[in-house]
Each structure stands twice: as C-alpha cells, then as structure tokens.
Ligand binder design. Sequence first.
Ligand code: ZN
Length: 408
Amino acid sequence: MTLPAIPGHGSTLVVHDTASGERVPVSGRDGTATMYVCGITPYDATHLGHAATYVTFDLVGRALRDAGLTVRYVQNVTDVDDPLLERAARDGVDWSDLAAAEIALFREDMTALGVMPPDELVGVVESIDLIAAAVRELVDAGVTYGLPGDDTEGEDLYLDLAQADSFGSISRWTREQMDLVIRERGGDPDRPGKRDPLDPLVWRSARPGEPSWTPAGLPPGRPGWHIECTAIAADRLGLPVDIQGGGSDLVFPHHEMSAAQSEAIEEAYAAAYVHQEMVGLDGAKMSKSKGNLVLVSRLRADGIDPMAIRLLLLAHRFDAPWDYTDAALATAVERRERWLAGLSVTEGPPAEPVIAAIRAAIADNLDTPRALAAVDEWAQRAVSGGPGDPAAPGLLARALDRLLGIRL
Ligand code: ZN
C-alpha cells in the first residue's frame, strides 16, 4: 500500500512510553523503525476498542514514514489459545475454522477503516517451531521449572520470575496491582506447586482433545501466550523492537512477561512500550466477557461510513480512556460531512499551514484531537467562500489520506 505524496516531511515522532513514564523520540536505527503490535485472538468480531488500537498504530506507522523512516511492522494472531478453543467447543465448530473466519472479518474491518496492513501477520500455529526454540532457550538458561499436569504425561513449563531481575519494570505496578488482575488476564495463580503465583506458563503439555505439536526437545504440547510474542518479534524484527504496541490491558501481564522472557535470554525486548487506553461503554471497559461491545461490523452494517468511524476514534487521544456514545458517533458523521463540503470547493484557503499543523500535532504524542481541529477550521473557512488556492482542496485531501488515513 503506497501513501499519497505531499511536499515536506514530518518531524520525529515523540510518544508516551509506559515503561519509562516519559515521552520518547522514535528515531529507529539506520533509517528503519521496527514495530510489533499484539494482534487479536480470533474468536469474536472486532469492537471499537480493538479498532482504536490498530488505528493508533496505523497512525504511528504513517508518522514514522512521513518522518522519512522505513517501517517494518509485524502483528501476531493468537490463533491457538484457551479462549478460542473454549468458544469453538461451545459453538461446536472446529477451532481452526473459527479462527480463519474471524481473521477474515478482522481484515475486512481493518481495510474498511483505512488501516494499512502490517508487513506480516504471523500466526502462532505457523510459528510453533520458532516459539518452541525460544522455550528451549529459556530451559537452557535455567529459568524455567516443570509441573506435572493432570491428564498429561509431560510437564507444563513455567518461567521462574524470581530469576527475572527486571520483572516489574515495564508496568511499574505494585505486587498488589499484579495480584488483582492476574487471574482475569490469563494467569493461573491458584495452581498448586507454583513457585510464585504470577509465574507465567511458557509451554503447556498436551491434554486429550486439545491441539498439540511435538517440536524437538519439548513434550507434546502448545505454547503459552506471552512467549509467542517474544519469539515472533525476535524472529521477524530482531530485538529490541523500537515499539511494542497494544491495548493498555496488555501492559500487565502480557508485556511485562514478554519482556521478562526476553531478558531471561539476555536481550532487551523493546525501546518503547506504547499503549492504547481502553474504550468503554456506559462507564465499563468494552469486553467480550461483559458483552458490552460496539462492533465495527455492526456500525458498518447500520450504514455508518467507515471514515466516520475512524474520525470517531481519532477524536479521542490514544493515551486517555474514553466512553463510546451515540452522540460522539453523530459528531463524527457530521464532521466527515463538513470536511467533505470543504474539500469540494473549487478553491480554498492554503493547505500548507493546516498540513504543518497536522504533522506537528501527530508528532507530539499523537495529538489527534488537535489535528482534527486544524482541519475543522480549514473546512469552515473553505465553505465560507472568498478567493483561494485552486490546488488547496486536492493537496489537503492527499495529506488527510497520507497522515490521518482519512480518505473522503
Ligand atoms: Zn503480544
């Protein structure tokens, strides 16, 4: 996918890094920036929270490119994991068919929203060998221990967090905060025999009725959740990646554990950890378990233009939680119409100042509301009439496409 060319270029993107708590520049190395964003577990349709995440990192990619960098972007798909297997069993469908169908719907939603596809979308199933190699590296480093499972002959392998010196440095959470969420975020703190209730599973030995693989040097089984990302990021992009991205519900345990595993095999995981805050509905985080989802596919089926959905997302800062409302959607629909009216004039106010304002706002920790306000003002002046520049509407339309992913 190529982006429309416009004159000039953006400045270095500065973005909030969860691990340091500071805004850090993303400069890449040798002209290239690497970005790894945690992908979906494909068992249900894309909701606005997911869409916010992938639109945010799409903007990051656009800003890095506009600043003159080459971007290498990899996203994983957790195409074998407990929630997917449970949903498939509940619905009486094959887990791999369910995954394939949901991945197809996800891609369709992303395309509609103008999200540029990552260079690679890497599934866990296709990556078993390289993930298993990472598990063996942990075993060889002496930082794992085994526990006998029920209904299995092999052992489940856990990371021994007591040997992970930097554990806690990504989230900077207290132990109490960690203990509060570990159970609902894929952990198994109550399992007997664990050295630390937080220790993450890195390899689950085969259970009857569950998919399993038999890579060399490990018992038949399948990978734990966190090690898949450590292994895929290392294999495809090399460590440390410039940006590890995802939703803020991945700060702990997922990114904390991914980093701990990486450092256990002596490699720093990421230069910056960037997180999209949660999108809620009526004061509660949007989540499958609560059933309070606003689905992208539902909005599209209701006739909402996908660019209005994108404008709804861009109207909110990525680093602050927000609640979906019908009123906010109506505002986005109306904004799209105003922009369209502005871009339809035969001559308009000069585009260069507003393009500079968009670039400055995005480079400043993705200040999308400020970028949108600059375009609002231009559109208002354009429809007010008066002599102008006949090239301005076309130039601004290309800039909106290139910098914001808004194609009207
Ligand atoms: Zn991940």
